[in-house]
Design a protein. Structure first.
Length: 368
């Protein structure tokens, strides 16, 4: 909105020629991040009060860890996060581009899916009565397959012909494989896996917020590099015209996460719920595919990968197949809580690990 209005004004009003700044990706990256941050902080107080009054609160499980009994229910505030992201994207991005439209579709789809899940939990008064795992997985896979098909089909794909199906891995300069149409299920798997991994990590005040902020910041840098002909050539990266809009979206998510942390840090009076965590995860998975750095998530999203693997090993392999537990409880953050580690210590240590992994991810820009 601001981009299109500014472009019209600077071309037709000589005194407003300074609005050509809106053509700069770096300017809109900064403006988008600040806008999302201020929107969340400014609207957070009234929004959280509204959520409490409407009864949109979680129901804590008393068996989560020894100190969980009696914990105060907290408002589901994912709608605040999603609203700030959507409004900021509409304000600062070139909305009528395939990159932005795909990201908007991811936000709206996963936000709707998470909102339905949260509403069912509130209605039934328990965190165990949301959407079934099969229903959520089926709807996530549906989005992933449609997205993958659009991404691969050259007539509508945002990438140059012949590049969408190429597979890149960190530390390697050239694509390692051309998956052809097999890229469709691969893209779907990436989106679904990332969405659920982020969702699993949203279990303690502020735990998921900062690692998501670190991850989108790294992906934003990669998107910017791939959108710049000179920088991408210097760093031996594929050049994807238009993918710089993804950098703006990553900056917006980064700013929104920092703003949400204002209310979500310990002791939190608002949590993401599935509306927030599923949206962030779905969008992050979509971004990973759009910038052709799917395997980079194993590094920069290592915290989420660890959370997902701990649940998989504990529940699917340990309990269901072998009849034993490998951890005190899953996902991994609950294991440390049961072992007596304070919530704040678990969260800060996870933040530190996420920060180190983000730096390692940035190092792959040069170490190729």
């Amino acid at each position: 909105m601001i981009y299109y209005l500014g472009n019209y004004l600077h071309r037709n009003v000589e005194a407003l020629s300074f609005l050509r700044l809106l053509d700069s990706i770096s300017f809109r990256v900064i403006a988008g991040a600040i806008t999302a941050l201020l929107l969340v902080i400014a609207c957070g107080g009234p929004a959280i009060l509204h959520f409490y009054r409407r009864g949109h609160r979680d129901v804590p499980r008393d068996y989560a860890h020894p100190g969980a009994s009696g914990r105060q229910a907290k408002a589901y505030g994912g709608g605040l996060l999603v609203g700030a992201i959507l409004l900021s994207i509409l304000l600062w991005c070139k909305v009528m581009t395939v990159f932005v439209l795909i990201c908007l579709a991811a936000v709206l789809w996963f936000a709707a899916l998470g909102a339905i899940d949260d509403r069912l939990k509130v209605r039934h008064g328990t965190s165990d009565r949301g959407l079934s795992e099969r229903t959520k997985l089926a709807l996530q896979v549906l989005f992933g397959l449609v997205f993958g098909a659009v991404y691969v089909f050259e007539a509508v794909s945002p990438l140059p012909p012949g590049t969408a199906t190429l597979l890149y891995v960190p530390f390697v300069k050239s694509p390692v494989l051309d998956l052809s149409w097999m890229y469709v299920p691969f893209a779907a798997f990436t989106v679904v896996a990332v969405a659920n991994a982020v969702n699993l990590a949203d279990g303690i005040d502020g735990l998921a917020t900062v690692p998501v902020a670190f991850a989108v910041a790294v992906y934003g840098v990669f998107a910017y590099v791939s959108s710049h002909a000179v920088i991408s050539a210097f760093l031996i990266f594929p050049f994807f015209p238009g993918v710089g809009e993804v950098a703006v979206i990553c900056a917006i998510v980064f700013g929104a996460c920092l703003g949400f942390l204002w209310f979500n840090c310990y002791p939190a009076n608002v949590i993401m719920g599935d509306t927030g965590s599923m949206t962030l995860g779905g969008l992050l998975g979509t971004v990973a595919v759009l910038v052709k750095q799917e395997f980079l998530f194993l590094l920069v999203g290592g915290v989420f990968v660890g959370e997902a693997l701990s649940s998989l090993v504990q529940e699917k392999i340990g309990v269901h197949w072998l009849g034993r537990r490998f951890l005190e409880r899953a996902p991994l953050h609950d294991h440390f809580r049961v072992r007596g580690l304070a919530d704040t210590k678990v969260v800060v240590r996870f933040w530190l690990v996420a920060g180190i992994l983000a730096l390692c991810g940035l190092a792959t820009l040069k170490i190729r």
